[in-house]
Ligand binder design. Structure first.
Ligand code: AMP
Ligand code: MG
Length: 409
């Protein structure tokens, strides 16, 4: 049995970087930047007010009780035609450009109107409540480095700078197929005896898209060597990676193994991990091929550990592994010391004292438990038990559900 790390680095070393393309910035969500984003201008573009209040000269408000003459108003989107002189003020709204002569904003709450004048009750330091030009981003600044995977906030930042055509990696075209004579379409009403619904394929489509892939679905392939050979042959020319589920272990009907065992460029690997011990990996006509196990939880774990990092590497992502952190075990965890074990756990408690407890049964066919888990507990080889309260490493493979919020009525 090979260690997970060894297998993963072999896979990541063997995949190729995809070429790049320019996309409209508002379609860049989930894409990996292939070029640094440099701002052509200052953000904000001009000095403006952070508050609703009065634009003044700092020298005029060094003592409480100053009385200033109000010259007019400047709302957001307009520019004051007059400048602020000695003992003068202009009423200003949040986001409005600072009038010439003014260097400070006094919040409206710290003032009272006295006819055409305004009384300033407080002492306000020079420069207060002014957002300087370039205070967010400076012209010429490298704002995002290549390798960043774009999230919604990054899209927002591109908009602030007017960077509307980022250069990103192309999305990998990935073919997916499931194998097994027992697999029926999920919409099947009455399953014949021995049949199950094909759950791996729709799940893999989602996992792949989440990893940035454009998916080509080759459907369900029976346990038939010719059928699988034909589908793999097509996928090898039409796609940039192939993912199958099922048929890679020791059974007599393991069709993936049957078809590919003589391929010199495909290895049937036994990995010291649980779930997900069997994995086929290699190249078919130059196209990376991942033969995942059939058990649905093994599919999730193997996908997370091998396929996702490989697809992100192909896209040039800087970070290809999920975040890990240490929390406390919420109960005694017992695992197989011969393998790295991924337990599906729930996280409980607030940020100061998070505890991981098993989300339910840990068998590799129990998909519903993987769905309600917040994370994997990652128990390394050589460790058999982790007692309640002891540190345990977790890997966040999805965003935990948002915190519940109850309103007391
Ligand atoms: P295999 O590796 O092909 O022997 O499959 C291992 C287990 O996973 C068997 O119980 C299969 O029925 C199940 N399985 C295989 N493919 C799928 C699939 N696409 N959806 C759900 N379960 C599957
Ligand atoms: Mg099978």
């Amino acid at each position: 049995m090979k260690p997970l790390e060894t297998v993963r680095s072999e896979i990541l070393r063997s995949v190729q970087r995809l070429d790049t393309e320019t996309v409209p910035f508002n379609e860049s969500l989930g894409r990996v930047l292939a070029q640094a984003v440099v701002s052509g201008e200052d953000v904000p573009h001009f000095a403006n007010s952070a508050m609703d209040g009065f634009a003044v000269r700092g020298v005029d408000v060094r003592e409480p009780g100053a009385l200033l003459a109000v010259l007019g108003d400047v709302p957001a989107g307009q520019v004051s035609s007059v400048s602020v002189g000695d003992s003068q003020a202009i009423r200003i709204m949040t986001g409005a450009p600072m009038p010439d002569g003014a260097d400070t904003v006094v919040r409206v709450e710290e003032t009272t109107a006295e006819g055409d004048n305004v009384r300033i009750h407080t002492v306000v330091g020079e420069g207060t409540h002014v957002r300087e030009a370039g205070g967010d981003v400076r012209a010429g600044q490298v704002v995002f480095e290549p390798g960043l995977r774009m999230g919604p906030v990054h899209v927002g930042v591109l908009a602030t700078m007017g960077v509307v055509e980022p250069v990103v990696s192309r999305r990998p075209r990935v073919g997916v197929m499931s194998t097994g004579d027992e697999l029926q379409p999920p919409a099947t009403r009455d399953l014949a005896p021995g049949m199950i619904r094909d759950s791996n394929r729709p799940m893999l489509v989602g996992l792949l898209e989440d990893a940035g892939a454009e998916v080509i679905d080759y459907g369900r392939i029976g346990d038939d060597a010719d059928e699988l050979r034909a589908a793999l042959g097509r996928a090898a020319v039409e796609t940039e990676a192939i993912v199958t589920s099922g048929g890679v272990s020791m059974g007599d009907y393991d069709v993936t193994k049957l078809v590919l065992r003589d391929e010199t460029e495909v290895d049937f690997i036994q990995i010291a991990m649980k779930p997900g011990k069997p994995l086929a990996f290699g190249h078919l006509g130059g196209t990376p091929f991942f033969g995942l196990p059939g058990n649905p939880v093994s599919v999730v774990v193997s996908f997370e550990q091998f396929v996702r990092p490989a697809l992100l590497t192909m896209q040039g992502a800087r970070a290809v592994l999920r975040p890990q952190m240490t929390v406390a075990a919420g109960e005694r965890l017992v695992t197989d010391p011969a393998k790295i074990v991924f337990l599906r756990v729930r996280l409980e408690g607030d940020g100061a004292a998070v505890r991981a407890t098993q989300a339910g049964g840990q068998a590799s066919n129990v998909l519903s438990v993987a769905a309600v888990a917040d994370a994997f507990a990652v128990v390394p080889r050589g460790v058999e038990t982790i007692d309640a309260g002891e540190p345990v490493l977790i890997e966040l493979f999805r965003s935990p559900e948002t915190r519940e919020h109850r309103y007391d009525v």
